[in-house]
Design a protein around this ligand. Structure first.
Ligand SMILES: [Zn+2]
Length: 105
């Protein structure tokens, strides 16, 4: 049996479990800022979300970041998270937040 172990992370919005590289890490820094962590190496409490712009909209609606990171976010902070995501989204495999895995073709 050759099962390659890929770290799995759960999306805080849709609860789907995906490999780490398909997920985006959002971190609450020791200073209390909430920021995107595309490298996955920042210190702080982390939460994972699908690499999908929709995921950010849903997270905002459902307060998923607030619950996962135990912070409250202003609309400005949500905006800046979304903006940061848009800047790096090409690096992520596109996955659709909330939808079950789809077969291409
Ligand atoms: Zn998701």
């Amino acid at each position: 049996m050759k099962v390659r172990k890929v770290p799995q992370r759960k999306c805080i919005v849709c609860q789907k479990t995906l490999s780490k590289r398909e997920m985006l890490r959002v971190v609450r820094t020791p200073e209390g800022e909430v920021e995107l962590d595309p490298t996955g190496k920042k210190n702080g409490r982390g939460a994972y979300i699908c690499g999908d712009a929709e995921a950010f909209k849903k997270a905002r609606k459902t307060k998923a970041f607030e619950r996962a990171l135990k912070v409250s976010l202003t609309p400005e902070q949500h905006d800046s998270l979304e903006q940061s995501f848009l800047a790096v989204q090409d690096k992520f495999k596109s996955v659709s937040c909330g939808k079950p895995d789809e077969q291409a073709e």
